[in-house]
Design a protein around this ligand. Structure first.
Ligand SMILES: Cc1ncc(COP(=O)(O)O)c(C=O)c1O
Length: 482
C-alpha cells in the first residue's frame, strides 16, 4: 500500500474514519464491561477539551511548557493525597498502568544496583495474580520473575509463601490492591512486614483498585490498609484512566521518597544532541493526557468521585448477589472491589462470552492457570448501576442458552495431545490446524470465542504464548478491507 497520491478533503477523511470505527464496540451504551471507564458525556467533554488544548504541547520540555510540569505535579500531589497523604511521597505521570509498573521495577533494579551491588541476577517476587505488566517489566529489564502461588481459596497473595521465595537475589516484592483477575485485595500490611524484615522494596499495584478503594472504605467497606500509611510500602501505581475516568493514557507511579524516585530517572548528556532528562519511558510526549486528567479530576472533584464510586459499589453488590443466585454459575474469589470473576461447572464459561455478545454485552475470558480455574471477568462500571437488572437478565438467558453446550471435545483432544508439548515443537501446520479447528478464518480475528478459548485454556502457558505470538504476528499485516 502506498500513501494516497492525492490528499483527501477533511470531510472525506472524517467520514472514512467514522466508517472504520463503526465496527467497534458501542461502549457508550455501558455494556462493555472491560477496557472502558466512562463517567458520562460531561466528563468526556471536558476531558476532550483539555486533551485537545494541550495535544500539541510537549511534556519533554518543562522549561518550554512550564504549565505541564505544574499540571503533572498537581496530579501527583492529588494521587499521593488520595493514597495516604504521607509527607515525602513523590511521583510522576505516566502513559498507563503498564508504564507505571515497569518504572517501579526499573527503580527497584537501579536502586539495588546502587545499594546492593553484590546482586548480579536480581529477582522480583510476583504473586501469580500480580498484573502481567510486572512480567513485562522483568522481561524488558533482564530481571528474573519469581512467580509464587496465592491462596487457592481467596486468590490473595500469601505472606508466608512470599517470605519463603525470598533469596539473596530478591530486590522487590509486588502485591495488588486489587488484583485485576479476581478483584481481591492482598494482605498488604502483612506483606509489608515481610518486606521490611528482609530489607526489600515493596510495590503495591493500585492501578485498577487504588482510586476506588479509598471511596469504598468511606462508604463502609471493611478493607485492610494498603497505601503509604503502611510502613514498608515503598512504591505504588494508580491509573487515572480507569476509575478516575480520565482519557487514556493516564496513570501515576509514586515513591515513598525522592531518594528512591531518583532511580526511576533516565538522564544522559553523553551524545551529540540535547540533554535527555526523562523521569518516565517516553521522551517527547503530548501534554494532552495529563491536561485531560487534570481537567477531569478538577471537574469531578472528591464529591463527584464519591457519588460515582457509590454507584459502582451498589451495582457490584447487586451483580455479585445475582451471580450467586444464578443456578449454574459460581463466583471465583470474593471480590473486594468491582472486578468480578465467575465460572460454571455445567458448561465452558467461555460460551457465556459469545452468548452475552449476542445480547450486546462485552465480557472477558480468563484462562485457568496457576490454580485459578477458567473464568469470565467483568469490571463493573458506574453505568452498570442503572443496568444491573438488564445485565443479570441477559446473564440468566445466556446461562440457559449455554446449558447444553458442555465442554469442547476438541479442547479435550488438544489437551491429551499437546499437554506436554514444548513451544518450539509447535509448527505452522499445527497452528493452521488449530485455528481451523477453532473456526478462525485465515487472517481474521475470531468471530466466536468459546472454542478457541477452550483450546488455548488447555495448552501449557508457554505454548499458548507461542500460539498467540504467531497468531497476532499474522494479524498485524495489511490486508485490503472486506
Ligand atoms: C492491577 C493492574 N495493574 C496494571 C494494569 C496495566 O494497566 P494498563 O492496561 O493501563 O497498562 C492493569 C490493567 O488493567 C491492572 O488491572
Amino acid at each position: 500500500m502506498q500513501i494516497p497520491e492525492k490528499g483527501k478533503s477533511q470531510a472525506e477523511v472524517k467520514a472514512a474514519l467514522e466508517g472504520l470505527g463503526g465496527r467497534d464496540a458501542h461502549w457508550r451504551d455501558g455494556k462493555t464491561l472491560g477496557y472502558i471507564y466512562d463517567a458520562g458525556p460531561e466528563v468526556e467533554e471536558i476531558g476532550k477539551w483539555a486533551y485537545m488544548r494541550y495535544l500539541t504541547e510537549n511534556a519533554l520540555a518543562p522549561n518550554v511548557f512550564p504549565s505541564l510540569m505544574q499540571i503533572e505535579n498537581e496530579l501527583v500531589a492529588m494521587a499521593a493525597g488520595h493514597l495516604g497523604d504521607v509527607p515525602g511521597v513523590v511521583g510522576n505521570f505516566t502513559s498507563g498502568g503498564t508504564e507505571s509498573c515497569l518504572l517501579a521495577v526499573k527503580t527497584a533494579r537501579d536502586y539495588s544496583r546502587a545499594t546492593k551491588p553484590h546482586i548480579k541476577e536480581p529477582e522480583v517476587i510476583l504473586p501469580v495474580t500480580a498484573h502481567a505488566a510486572f512480567q513485562k517489566g522483568c522481561h524488558y529489564l533482564g530481571i528474573k520473575k519469581v512467580l509464587v502461588p496465592v491462596s487457592p481459596k481467596t486468590y490473595k497473595a500469601d505472606p508466608a509463601v512470599i517470605e519463603k521465595a525470598i533469596t539473596p537475589n530478591t530486590i522487590q516484592i509486588v502485591s495488588s490492591a486489587v488484583s485485576y483477575a479476581h478483584g481481591v485485595l492482598d494482605p498488604i500490611e502483612e506483606i509489608a512486614r515481610v518486606a521490611q524484615k528482609h530489607n526489600l522494596l515493596f510495590h503495591v499495584d493500585g492501578c485498577i483498585g487504588g482510586f476506588l478503594l479509598p471511596y469504598f472504605k468511606r462508604l463502609g467497606a471493611k478493607l485492610g490498609e494498603f497505601d503509604f500509611r503502611v510502613p514498608g510500602v515503598t512504591s505504588m501505581s494508580m491509573d487515572l484512566h480507569k476509575y478516575a475516568y480520565c482519557p487514556k493514557g493516564a496513570s501515576v507511579v509514586l515513591h515513598r521518597s525522592k531518594d528512591l524516585r531518583r532511580f526511576q530517572m533516565f538522564v544522559t548528556a553523553d551524545w551529540t544532541g540535547y540533554t535527555i532528562v526523562n523521569p518516565t519511558i517516553q521522551s517527547a510526549k503530548s501534554g494532552g493526557p495529563m491536561a485531560a486528567a487534570w481537567a477531569v479530576m478538577n471537574f469531578l472533584g472528591d464529591e463527584g468521585y464519591l457519588r460515582l464510586a457509590e454507584r459502582i459499589w451498589s451495582a457490584t453488590k447487586k451483580i455479585v448477589a445475582g451471580i450467586r443466585e444464578t443456578h449454574g454459575l459460581r463466583l471465583v474469589g470474593e471480590p473486594d472491589s468491582n472486578q468480578v470473576a465467575f465460572t460454571s461447572d455445567k458448561f465452558s464459561c467461555f460460551h457465556l462470552i459469545d452468548e452475552m455478545a449476542a445480547r450486546g454485552w462485552g465480557i472477558q475470558p480468563q484462562f485457568g492457570y496457576h490454580g485459578s480455574e477458567a473464568n469470565v471477568h467483568i469490571s463493573i462500571g458506574q453505568k452498570t448501576f442503572d443496568q444491573a437488572d438488564d445485565f443479570l437478565a441477559a446473564l440468566r438467558e445466556s446461562v440457559s442458552a449455554c446449558a447444553d453446550k458442555g465442554f469442547s471435545q476438541i479442547a479435550v483432544k488438544v489437551k491429551a495431545e499437546l499437554a506436554n508439548m514444548k513451544p518450539g515443537a509447535f509448527n505452522p501446520t499445527m497452528m493452521g490446524d488449530l485455528m481451523r479447528a477453532a473456526g478462525v478464518e485465515d487472517g481474521q480475528l475470531p468471530r466466536k470465542a468459546a472454542e478457541l478459548n477452550q483450546i488455548l485454556n488447555e495448552l501449557p502457558p508457554a505454548v499458548t504464548q507461542f500460539v498467540l505470538t504467531e497468531f497476532m504476528n499474522d494479524r498485524y499485516i495489511y490486508r485490503p478491507r472486506r
